[in-house]
Design a protein around this ligand. Structure first.
Ligand SMILES: CCCC/C=C\CC(=O)SCCNC(=O)CCNC(=O)[C@H](O)C(C)(C)COP(=O)(O)OP(=O)(O)OC[C@H]1O[C@@H](n2cnc3c(N)ncnc32)[C@H](O)[C@@H]1OP(=O)(O)O
Length: 264
């Protein structure tokens, strides 16, 4: 059982996982002292929409975990039917330039952190997961999704062009062909459809089942050297991160705004 404290710890110097738990307003982090598995829970009702503050907390949580000897981390949601509704629409509506810049940078940073963790990651998708919600799950190494929800990169349906690293994350998970069909049509898959194309690796009956299956994933690495594992992950994902870093997303957002203005 993980115990709980309600302060966000300064954890860099703390290198063991025993009894670790922290809960800030928007993200709860707990580490099971028996299994060494961390659970990062988004808790921003009503839909875990990703605003600047949630992204900063998520990024901090996954970065902090890098300094602990954990077996792996699970990303999930405290909400009953939503994993994450994606980017907070309010961040895109008439934003102040400084806030917008910080917001888009925090999205990119959070994606890079999760995509590139030294420890294994699983998304336990316990609800709907459109757009940015889907992106977060694609940044993890493995996805377990509860039945009867939807997931996908539906940006084109919203009139938005998904940036390179959204597309690359999808292509890192499903085939180029399926990615093209999915992204150009803005397709949202039901859980069973997502499983068929490999967008999710396992389906689950409910959140508990999803968490149990997520935990089991980590045992695949019991007999694997963690450094060799991480270097192999970097070999596979490094190029995407490198190009992703160069894509300054705020510029893309400005283009999107101009595109929308010229349509009106
Ligand atoms: C350069 C750009 C690159 C990247 C661009 C975009 C990536 C994105 O992520 S854009 C966001 C895309 N998100 C969506 O399309 C999801 C929209 N939401 C939904 O489909 C549904 O709300 C959802 C299935 C998540 C949940 O459905 P319900 O359970 O039926 O809830 P409601 O629809 O009634 O919503 C409750 C409440 O939440 C507000 N909401 C929903 N989504 C968002 C959001 N993304 N941002 C902010 N707020 C959101 C919704 O308006 C309701 O508010 P109230 O009416 O005030 O209750």
């Amino acid at each position: 059982m993980a115990s709980k404290i309600f302060v966000r710890p300064i954890s860099i110097a703390f290198n063991a996982f025993r009894n670790y738990s922290s809960s800030s307003k928007l993200v709860d982090v707990s580490i099971n002292d028996k299994t060494g598995i961390a659970t990062v829970t988004m808790q921003r009702p009503p839909v875990n929409s990703l605003n600047y503050e949630l992204l900063i907390e998520l990024n901090g949580a996954f970065q902090d975990l890098g300094s602990k000897k954990i077996k792996g981390a699970i990303l999930t949601s405290s909400l009953k039917t939503i994993f994450s509704a994606g980017l907070d629409i309010l961040e895109m509506y008439k934003p102040k330039p400084e806030r917008a810049n910080a917001f888009w940078t925090s999205l990119q940073d959070t994606w890079i952190t999760i995509f590139n963790t030294p420890y294994p990651t699983v998304a336990a998708i316990n609800g709907h997961s459109p757009a940015g919600g889907c992106l977060l799950s694609l940044a993890c190494e493995y996805r377990v999704m509860v039945n009867n929800y939807t997931i996908g990169l539906n940006e084109t349906k919203l009139g938005i062009v998904a940036p390179f690293w959204f597309v690359a994350s999808m292509k890192n998970t499903i085939s180029n062909r399926e990615s093209e069909l999915a992204l150009t049509s803005g397709r949202l898959y039901k859980t069973d459809e997502a499983f068929k194309v490999g967008l999710v690796d396992e389906t689950a009956e409910n959140k508990e089942d999803a968490l149990a299956k997520a935990e089991k994933f980590f045992s695949r690495f019991d007999a694997v050297n963690p450094i060799a594992r991480f270097l192999t992950k970097q070999e596979l994902r490094g190029k995407i991160v490198k190009v992703g870093r160069k894509t300054f997303i705020y510029k893309i957002f400005r283009k999107f705004q101009i595109c929308m203005m010229t349509r009106i």
